[in-house]
Design a protein around this ligand. Sequence first.
Ligand code: PBG
Length: 324
Amino acid sequence: MAFPATRLRRLRRTAVLRDMVRETTLRPADLIQPLFVRAGEGPGEPVESMPGVERLSISGLVEEAGAVSAAGVPAVILFGIPAAKDEAGSGAYDDEGIVQMAIRALKEAHPELVVIADTCLCEYTSHGHCGVLRDGDVDNDLSLELIARTALSQAQAGADAVAPSDMMDGRVAAIRSALDGEGLGATPILSYAVKYASAFYGPFREAAGSTPSEGDRRGYQMDPANGREAMREALADLDEGADMLMVKPAVPYLDVLARLRDRTDAPLAAYHVSGEFSMLKAAGANGWLDERAAALESLTAIKRAGADLIVTYYAKDAAEWLTK
Ligand code: PBG
C-alpha cells in the first residue's frame, strides 16, 4: 500500500465510481416499522418525546400501515397499549386483546404486509415488568407460561412472526413448543436475543406507558458492559429454535452486532430504538445536524456492522428518502 502508487481517493472521485464500489446498500426491504396501537377510537395521540410517532386506534393503524407498505417497507412490528393493566398482564394473551384485534384488522386490510407481534407483558402489567412478580422479583418460569400463551394468541390472530422481547430464560423454547403444539409450526420466532438494560428505551416507555413502577429491568435485561455474554444469549436462542436474532439497541452496540455476524449465519436484526430516534429528531429540530443524512448514515452503519434487517421508527421516512 505504498504512496504514491496507492491513492484511495481515485475511486471516490465521482458519484458513479463511489456507487460502483459501495459495500453496503440500504434498501426499503431491509426495514421494519414499529407501530403503537391503543384501545379506543379517535385520532392518534402524539408521543411527546418521539416527534411524528403516535399511539393509533385500530383504524388509524390500518391507515398508517397502508402508507408504510406503500413506501416499500415490507413489515411492521406491533406494540399494544391496552385499556386496562393488571398484575398478570392478562391483556397480552387475551384473544380479544388490542394487539390480537389489530393483527386481524391489518391482515384483512393488507394481506401482503408482514405483521410481527412484539411478545412481552410489560405494556400489560400494572407494575410495568416484562414478567410476573413473585416476592418482589420477576419469576422466570411462571412468566414463561404467560409469554408462550401471548405468542400463541398472537399467532392464532394471524401474526406472521412473533418477537419475544422479555429476556426470560427459555422463552424461545417455550414459545416454539406452544406454537408447534397448536399447529403453528410455520410461524417464525424473531428473538430479541441480545437486549440490553438501556437508557435509550426512555421515549418508548413514555409511548407505551411501561416504565416499571418499582425497580428496573437489570435483573433480566443484559448489562451494557458485556459483549461475550451476548454470544451466549444468541447461541442459546438459536438452540431453542429462534429463526432470527435481534440486537438492541443498535448504534451503541455495533460491536456486538459485528461479533454476532461472525458467529452465526442466521438472519440478524437490529433495533434502532426510541432514544436513538429521539436524539436525531431533537438535534435535527434544533438545526444542529441534518436529520435525514444522520438517520440514513446511522441505518447504513447498522447494516455495515452486520444487520440484515433494521427495526426503526424511521422506516417509512427512510424508505421514501431512499426512493425519491
Ligand atoms: C418491551 C420492549 C421495549 C422496547 C421494545 N420492546 C421496552 C423495554 O424493554 O423497556 C424498547 C423499544 C424502544 O426503545 O424503541 N419489552
